[in-house]
Design a protein around this ligand. Structure first.
Ligand code: ATP
Ligand code: MG
Length: 456
């Protein structure tokens, strides 16, 4: 980090000089000013990181100068040097935005600590600010592509919800249609953006863990609860919680969630104190919750409560006009990431992509472009850069069916099944919904088999 610059403003030249000597020894860059006007000029030109200002300056009230400094640069960090016992002025200075005050005559060691603490706070604040701005631009709408009516409606809904006080949102869509990106866009476009965004995947955790993640627990609430823990509802204060794969949430947890949504308050597990909830809940799912509630695996009342603000993300095969746009978008993204210069896609390759059904939706398309850009060095993506299921779907099918043949010594079907399930889970990085898709089975069927083979 470069040296921090401190501006000392005092009409007593001796004080300026001695502070300069001492602070330079501490490795600060030090500027001095003997009057208010001089100080303002330096602040405008040099943008010091911290201002150490005497409250009594000739020809002007130190408080007035502080006000001017703050007007000039709102984020100026000012420490006032006040006369011993002048509490009123010190309080006034703090109210006007001074960071701290130090009484004269001061102890240099104490001043040193005050300065370094103040500078630390500022650099932390700056880091947080930069990080938040990065998040905002990363998850803003500018990175979400779509021009079909269906997607325009989605974007409109996102904007409306982001601006509103709606506390529950239901995001439905097949795997890979963009539920995660839309949930983040809602959060980062809303006035909640400065507060936490937390997500929990309901398929990956057993019941007690989901509940303790969401509601927190008191010490001793259950056998493993060795210490008090805050849950998402407490941590995401005024922020957003994404409940991913809500269809997999256990029925008893669904009941508790509904209670929290309706009463707008919750208790930690094993606790008695009700705490107000002001987190926005975005529930995402690729299941048909209406059907699930008809079957009795999802609470109907919770479904109706969630779907007050519904967003439906159509599968890619139902919005093919977005395909060329998405192709170009991902070409730009991966050109940047991998420092390549791919210009576009050939007409033939694009036609093939338009014909394909995209069971993995936008995620699959993104992966196809990424692969083509990493592996190839051509300026244009050609059919031979695309996977066989896109270029020759009939061949891919027959290839798949003929790759399996029974060895003459026979085989244990269960062993094969277990092996394939493990491979699918590894390929899907543990995401059961994706793994189930790779095996063309439902998530429940996969979980049943995982239990059977002790993979859970
Ligand atoms: N409209 C879009 N524009 C740009 N990128 C998109 C769009 N939709 C999805 N993506 C990208 O596709 C990938 C998959 O999207 P996302 O993770 O949001 O899907 P999902 O619906 O949450 O899937 P799953 O149900 O499997 O969790 C992400 O990398 C995302 O950035
Ligand atoms: Mg997702």
């Amino acid at each position: 980090m470069s040296k921090a610059t401190i501006l000392v403003v005092d009409d007593e030249k001796l004080i300026c000089w001695s502070l300069k000597e001492n602070l330079q020894k501490e490795d600060y860059e030090v500027l001095t000013a003997n009057s208010g006007e001089e100080a303002m000029e330096i602040i405008e030109q040099e943008r010091p990181d911290l201002i150490l200002q005497d409250i009594k300056l000739p020809g002007a009230d130190g408080i007035e100068i502080l006000e001017k400094v703050k007007k000039l640069r709102e984020d100026s960090l000012v420490i006032m040097m006040t006369a011993y016992g002048d509490v009123n002025t010190s309080v006034k200075a703090m109210k006007l935005g001074a960071y701290d005050f130090i009484e004269k005559p001061f102890n240099f060691e104490k001043l040193k600590i005050t300065i370094s603490k103040a500078l630390e706070t500022v650099s932390l604040k700056k880091e947080v600010h930069v990080f938040k701005n990065q998040q905002k631009s990363l998850y803003g709408m500018q990175n979400i592509v779509g021009q079909t009516e269906a997607m325009k409606n989605v974007f409109e809904m996102v904007e409306k919800i982001a601006k509103s006080d709606a506390t529950t949102v239901l995001l439905q869509g097949e795997s890979g249609t963009g539920k995660d990106v839309i949930a983040k866009a809602i959060h980062y476009q809303s006035k909640r953006a400065e507060n936490p965004y937390l997500e929990i995947n309901c398929t990956s955790l057993p019941e007690t863990l989901i509940e303790s993640e969401l509601f927190g627990h008191e010490k001793g609430a259950y056998t493993d609860a060795k210490a008090m823990k805050k849950g998402f509802f407490e941590l995401a204060d005024s922020g957003t919680i994404l409940l991913d794969e809500i269809g997999a949430m256990p029925m008893s947890t669904q009941a508790k969630l509904l209670r929290v949504i309706e009463s707008k308050s919750f208790k930690r597990l094993g606790g008695i104190k009700e705490t107000v909830v002001n987190a926005r809940i975005i529930a995402a799912t690729n299941e048909d919750l209406k059907e699930a509630s008809a079957k009795g695996t999802f609470r109907e009342d919770l479904y109706y409560r969630l779907k007050v603000f519904p967003i439906f993300l159509p599968p890619l095969r139902k919005r093919k006009e977005d395909i060329p746009l998405l192709i170009q978008h991902f070409i730009n993204v991966f050109n940047r990431d991998f420092k390549k210069k791919v210009q576009g896609i050939s007409q033939k390759a694009e036609e093939m992509m338009l014909r394909y059904r995209w069971p993995g939706n936008v995620r699959e398309l993104k992966n196809v472009i990424e692969r083509a850009i990493i592996l190839e060095n051509e300026e244009v993506i050609l059919p031979e850069h695309l996977p066989i299921e896109i270029t020759q779907p009939e061949k891919a099918l027959s290839a798949a069916s003929s790759t399996v043949s029974l060895p003459s010594e026979g085989v244990s079907l269960e062993e094969v099944e277990k092996e394939l399930i493990q491979q699918a889970l590894a390929a899907a990085h543990g995401n059961q919904v994706h793994a189930a898709k790779l095996l063309s089975m439902g998530r429940d069927a996969l979980r049943y088999r995982m239990k059977k083979y002790y993979l859970l």
